[in-house]
Design a protein around this ligand. Structure first.
Ligand code: ZN
Length: 99
């Protein structure tokens, strides 16, 4: 599952009681309606609807990222944009941001 703070598996046991959205920076309808705990429940119980919901989120994430890349290139600030994106993802890899 793609997220601005770093990718993670929706099946993580630590998400079982997590009422946060998949990605608090994402405006998609999945993040605005469903919690990580609910989506994890759908995944571990084999509900196929989770595949559609995660696809909606992942496509939204990817389209927003690519729009940011296009804007950064057009404005001549791609290197700074890349550093911003990587810094946000690194915060998760060090243990921050995710349960
Ligand atoms: Zn989302």
């Amino acid at each position: 599952m793609l997220a601005s703070r770093g990718d993670y598996s929706i099946r993580l046991a630590a998400l079982a009681g997590d009422q946060q959205p998949l990605d608090d920076a994402c405006p998609c309808r999945v993040c605005s309606r469903y919690s990580r705990a609910y989506l994890r429940h759908l995944a571990v119980t084999g509900e196929l609807s989770v595949l559609r919901l995660l696809s909606i989120h992942n496509l939204t994430y990817t389209l927003r990222l690519m729009a940011g890349v296009r804007d950064a290139i057009a404005d001549g600030r791609f290197a700074a944009f890349r550093e911003e994106v990587e810094a946000g993802r690194e915060s998760t890899q060090s243990g921050e941001g995710l349960p």
